[in-house]
Design a protein around this ligand. Sequence first.
Ligand SMILES: [Zn+2]
Ligand SMILES: [Zn+2]
Length: 968
Amino acid sequence: MSRRMIIAVAVCTLLVVSLAAVAAVTTGGAPSVTVTPQVHRNGDQGYFRIVVQLPHGAPTAPPALVPHVDEGDLYLVNALAAQTGNDVDDEAEEEGDGAHTGQEMTVTGRFGHPGPARLTILARSAGGSPKPLMTLAFNLPEGDSANPGVRTEWARQQQIVLSSADPEARDSFNHYWQRVIAPQYGLAKSIGGDTARFRSEPPDLYSIFTGAAAIQESLQLELLGEGAQSPVQQKAIKKAKEGGGDGVPLSALTGPAVKSHPFREMLKGKSPQLPALAASIPTDQYAVFFSDIKKEIELADLMDEWGGNLLRQMETSARDFRVREKVSGQLCLENSWLTKLFGDRVVTAMAFTGNDPFLKEGTDFTILFALKDRERFRKQLEKRYAEAVAGRGAARSEFTVAGKRGMAVVSPDRRVSSYTLILGDMAVVSTSRPALERIVAAGEKRLPSLAEADDFRYMRTIFPQNAPEEDVFIYLSDPHIRALVGPRWKIGEARRMRCAGNMALIANARLWFKAERRREPTFTELAAGGYLGKKLPVCPDHGEYAIDKNGEPACSLHNRPGFLTPVGEVPLERVTSEEAAQYRAFVENYNRYWTQFFDPIGIRVKMGQDIRIQTCILPLIENSWYDGLAAFSGRNPGNLAETAVLPRTVVSLRGHMAPEWLTKTDLVRHLTEQNGLSLDWLGDEVALNLCDGQVLFTLGGRAMGMLGQEVGRSSLEPLVIGYLASALNLPTYLTVKVNDPRQAVEAIPRLFHALGPQHGRGDDFAIETYSLEDHRGRPLYVANFTLFVVKLRLYAAVVGDRLVIASRRDVITDLMDAATKKQGKSGAQHEGNMELSVYRSAFKELAEVVNLGWQEDQRHACQQNLPLAAIMLKGLGMPEDSLSKATFSLRGYQPYCPAGGRYIVDPQTGAVACTVHGSRSRPRQPAVGDESSPTLKLVNSLEKVNARLAFTPEGLMTTLEIRRKSGR
Ligand SMILES: [Zn+2]
Ligand SMILES: [Zn+2]
């Protein structure tokens, strides 16, 4: 469109406005204005534009004017005041300003059927509820009319509304719209915020930790030609291009070259008892064994409670992937039904197994049952299957695996996908038929099973079958971990992720098509209409894309987001040279940084009021962390007692010291050699304790998150580190066991002195030592350290069999009082080398800070959903109650507020907000005392968390104990 034409359009608009103003009629405060809109219409796609003078003093900020359709087939209507531009050209705007000095409003929108129409413009003023400002009555004429400026201006207003819904360009729909749709209207993309976020994090499909949702966003950008590639990928692609050719057979690729432990040798002379179901689980799969269904349900509840709240919290994401509902829905096995089977003694034991952990994205999942009453099991399952056929659109079928007949119910979208085989006194129910075939093959010894695997058998000597400490046993075998980093799984998963990225783009395109055309598109329509950008998305496995009647995109091979086809079901024989090069780069990297053994992981869980989780780290060779710990505490467990721990202690770290280690440290050498101090009285236990108190500063969540990632991306670590970090300025005390209290008391002044400055240092560092009045007949020493202007005072005394050095006097006197009254923490004793206790119930002054921190984290997580909610509710005019469902089919997760809020268009401000946390510009948060949120309830239900390390002949035994408050 030429510039002259735009000016002509603008001048016409002004004429229309003048005419409209004449026809103003006042009705009950809000004037009704009859206007003649400008119209562009081509078939069923109509656009209109109205420009009117705003009454004096009307609010003009973007969310202030809200159009409401009273009559007519109007949609995607936006009203903006003049400063946001009533024309597509700067020159034209200047002319407009010259002609009209007052405020103007431009209303644009789409229409379907022509005919009479009426719009009420609501105005919001700060703090007040919206009031009708004026009503616009107009007629939309029949027939086509070419007025492309109207179309462009509608698009421009839509762009402004979408951009202001997501000002920091956080949501991938915004990126899609700006890159694919805006150019179709001749608009430049307008993206605020930090788009570098995507570019700085290229999608590394071969990284060890894959966050599917984040990767999909980056993949979409790559598809649209704006993504980044990591140096590793660039190098790989360059290499592949140099190599040329048409691909590589998968068999030519080998996984990381790492050794296994010599399990056969380690097993020598031992024959552990094994779970019966282990004979049917292929050795390269993970396995979870349950002795009792109640334990499975308890664990699932716990995972929901923790996984659903706490862990997601730590990842600061308020997205619910509904994994539990999804998998039990696929299998047609609900917990209530399983409980009944166990209760009636139809089933005696149960195990879960699968090939990969991609439960969020979609994978195979198999349950094995040891049966007592196979006929009742079959009848019950038949009933479940009949219900799935009747109510969930699934089809019933039969199949044969290795000569054995099974039954299945499957729906085309895989929301129901259940295959069952009953083999003697075992039943196998799986979401995947190939996965079921593997179970049969393992049972018939055509595939190696866990029961025959040396690593599993060895682990069962450490964690014996039927031990009273075991309710659940989780096992990740050596071959399983190996398979997950092997070429078959890595490349298969990378292809799946690429396909899922394509489907994310298709889902965004479909969302816009539906908003604009008000019906579901077909894939062909999206492609032909330019909704998918210039380069059409291609499935890396040559699957075909389609959109089903519910508007969900699907690939003929990879199915759909959230229900992706398991990696093992998509054949993979040849890979492209690019994939081969990328995989080789991954292996090279892996070999460089992960040269340790592949360690199988066995985890034993005891459920109940107190939860105990144990795992054994097999001896690591040439590992500095492992060697350091072994040197510090000796390779044998000592005694870890909770003596001399005050009730107001919040964190206590206790360790067992090896005397050999102690004598080698610089400090002790310095003390004994240069000061002639005898340390014969020193025992072998040391503890560092932190007390409850006011915290002056806390480390931000971001720093916590960063630390957490450094430590290894485990979600619980930031919590622990956060507690430790915020406790830095709390009262602390160190206790050391002493063998001879009398000698220890005498040593205190000299000990302090030895810690002080050496001869020859100036006045800037000084120490003075004196003793205070005795408390309960015991001497108490004080050391004043002065460094420049900072003065640190330490107090020391011997209490019972402990030398205590504290940052505050009352800590020591309280300990002395407690020693005479036999108070203090329950004197629990454990064998071990190191133990960390967090006494949640002792958090009093600290509780406020911790709770406030939680509330802040929740708010941040919640607000990450606001851009998408704003796009859906405001940009596309979707009703509030359909947000959750629409997002699940768009993205495969439901956005939710961790504090229980809802996402709404705030009637006061017009901005999209959470009912609990407010909007981006006006955030709010519940008062600190409010403990009703599920996450806080969970945190506050804890009494104590204990983590313990103990060297055993088998390796390093780690135990995590979670004590929950009674009366929950
Ligand atoms: Zn595909
Ligand atoms: Zn919220």
